[in-house]
Design a protein around this ligand. Structure first.
Ligand code: SAM
Length: 292
């Protein structure tokens, strides 16, 4: 079976053949557009030597195009009702391993060791929207050997990941993603290119994971606490939002901001990642001084 699956009729034929019922709560909106599939595969630069992990293969539409270019592919699908369909659509692809697990609970590193020779891997997926951020953050924060994350996500989430300081979309997610990756919009995808049609539009975004850290952060946990506090109360000035962390006294925060050369009246969304790094490093040194 080498025909593409990415048309409304091919998808519905398979669904009917297997008596499959869509589960809305699992974010089951299947892509039915060749052009977007090609953009995802090209955006991932899928080719010989690549080991790919796909989260949520659905009926295998994207999986087949990726598997025909890459060396090895592991597809992690939570819905056991899709496993017989995947056996049908991917049976001819000997380089594909299907794993019936929940990606949030799975031992991702163990699975990569077992099925993808330990990586490095590319994560490529049309993600279930209800868990987009936890999936991406698992790959970035845990010690997973991933070089590229090329994923379809809800338009607004992609815009937040790609946002620059000063804009309304810039927030804790922008900082978290850009701390590890360079971001790039690959394609805009209107809602009518899915079955069933979701009530949001989508964007394919590429996150290129940097091999080395770009920002000089002394204490990552403190950095992310500062970021969380700065965006937690967006309308507060930095002096007030950072003071509410309770880590340093208000006077201590005032001094830290002064030392970092950051106006205390600014708001979190105006700070660049370099400034967040500088501020958290300054707060860190002040904390050490206080302890001495
Ligand atoms: N890749 C297919 C496509 O592009 O047409 C399907 C994408 S659909 C948006 C999301 C897929 O993720 C569904 O197949 C759904 O069952 C699966 N899924 C949802 N939650 C999951 C989880 N926690 N772990 C693994 N797969 C999950």
């Amino acid at each position: 079976m080498n025909k593409r699956l990415s048309s409304h009729s091919a998808t519905m034929d398979l669904v009917k053949k297997h008596g499959f019922k869509f589960t809305k709560s699992l974010g089951q909106n299947f892509l039915i557009d060749d052009n977007i599939i090609d953009k995802i595969v090209d955006g991932a630069g899928a080719g010989p030597g690549d080991k790919i992990i796909e989260v949520g293969p659905g009926i295998g539409t994207l999986t087949r195009e990726l598997a025909s270019r890459a060396d090895k592919l592991m597809a992690v699908e939570i819905d056991r009702n899709l496993i017989p369909i995947l056996a049908d659509t991917l049976g001819d692809y000997k380089n594909v391993k299907i794993v019936n697990e929940d990606i949030i609970k799975a031992d991702i590193r163990g699975l990569i060791d077992e099925n993808l020779d330990g990586g490095p891997v590319k994560l490529v997926a049309n993600l279930p929207y209800y868990i987009t951020t936890p999936i991406i953050m698992r790959f970035l924060e845990e010690d997973i050997n991933v070089t590229d994350i090329v994923v379809m996500v809800q338009k607004e989430v992609a815009e937040r990941m790609n946002a620059q300081p000063g804009g309304k979309d810039f927030g804790a997610l922008s900082v978290a993603v850009q701390y590890y990756c360079d971001t790039e919009i690959v394609a805009k995808v209107p809602r009518h290119l899915f079955v069933p049609q979701p009530n949001v539009d989508s964007i394919v975004i590429a996150l290129r994971v940097r091999p080395e850290r770009k920002y000089k952060v002394d204490d990552e946990a403190l950095f992310f606490r500062v970021v969380k506090a700065a965006f937690g109360q967006r309308r507060k000035t930095l002096l007030n939002s950072i003071s509410s962390m309770g880590t340093l006294s208000k006077d201590g925060v005032k001094e830290a901001l002064l030392e970092a050369g950051i106006d205390e009246k600014r708001r979190g969304e105006t700070l660049s990642l370099d400034e967040f790094a500088l501020l958290s490093n300054t707060i860190g040194s002040k904390l050490k001084e206080t302890v001495k």
